[in-house]
Design a binder for this molecule. Sequence first.
Ligand code: RB5
Length: 145
Amino acid sequence: MKIAIASDHGGTNIKNEIVALLKELKLDFEDFGCNCETSVDYPDYALPVAKKVAAGEFDRGILICGTGIGMSIAANKVKGIRCALVHDTFSARATREHNDTNMLSMGERVIGAGLARDIVKIWLATEFEGGRHANRVGKITNYEC
Ligand code: RB5
């Protein structure tokens, strides 16, 4: 599994924690920034990552900003992206099982690094259930077309 990760200035600390986690898990990933503390615009980081996931260059994308909201809104504008804003482990599992999300967004001003690590581990490990959920996700895909 190839993973793309990015944050704005509001999410760099948790991004660094997740980058460390991905290394621990020996997963293939690329860090698309930002690696700065100066203010940047979250769409400049969310959209390139979302486009790469939608194009199949990466299997999954992980985004972090202050709230996770701006990143998720931007990512979900890209056709083929299903990005979930997640701040609890139940939703991390459910959004993979039910929504087949290919992107995850979190807010550094909302949760701590320990919970963010657990969310990412669960989200990466959980399979899509398919079945009736595939029918529902298919309706979203059809709407995009
Ligand atoms: C940046 O101040 C903040 O607006 C951004 O990180 C994010 O929370 C936007 O949704």
